[in-house]
Design a protein around this ligand. Sequence first.
Ligand code: BTN
Length: 322
Amino acid sequence: MSGRIIEFLRNKGNFISGEEISKSLGITRAGIWKKVEALRQRGYLIEAVPSKGYKLLNSPDIPTKEEIQAVFKGDIIGREVMFYEKTTSTNDKVMEIGADGLDGTVVISDSQKQGRGRFGRDWISPPGENLYFTVLLKPLFPPKEASIFTLMAAVALVSAIRGYAGLNAVIKWPNDILIRNKKVGGILTEMKSDMDRINFIAIGVGVNVNMSLSMLPRGVKSIATSLKKEKGKLVNRVELLGEILRNLEYWYKKVLAGKKKVLLGKWLYFDSTVGNKIKVKTQGGIISGIAEGISNEGGLNIRLFSGRIETVSAGEVTILKK
Ligand code: BTN
């Protein structure tokens, strides 16, 4: 109900009488007053004037369902949003709801108790500062093509950071988002599939938005950054998320329509890996060579020093000095 009141106040943009809200939403005027008080506790600035009614002056920068859907609600991405103040990991939530959830559902949490990165690392997830969310996707694709969705998320993230925050973010294959060579965001993709068909994919995204880097453990601090640090001022989480979701919707529709090549082109435009001398830590060991490009499935093509091209589908890249 609080959500409906906010939606109402937002749509109106001006004063709206208690009577009008009461009639439209079917609650008593005392009930409205209570809800308004609760909303104020959550950080909403709502003016109340006896003869005029209520007016929304400001919303808190908390990515709740109402706030997110006020800035973006796609045909697919974000048509369902689940917000938690705290959860273990948004990827865990999506893996739980997976089969029953709607394609494009966004699960977001203000903080995570067990935020996970790739290779079993922790993803530091304090409240009130950053973005932690997971998008549930159910493309009718074979599992070998799943990597394309990680690349898609990286493109959406970089486009949004460049467009909204005006910062020169780039991608390091497959899923690191860097600014000035420091990590500002990452993507953790998990999947449930049959032999020939994806059941669902969980695309988990973490972005260091306004976090102070002193919160990070030693060792991570020197290789990470945040949008606030790079921009020198706070970045609005809800609006940034709206941009990310808008981009995700755009690219998801393109990929579903068979326009994978267009996405790969955009990915290469944002990429900072290809053309460099690299080493990749894979499950099968370390591979060194020159990053030559990406395969149609989203793997990294590496020209080994023997001249042979090898494609890796997962791993951790280190860019070596030229
Ligand atoms: C990485 O770069 O290692 C991937 C980091 C992914 C972090 C996000 S935060 C939201 C989602 N939930 C998690 O537990 N992890 C991902």
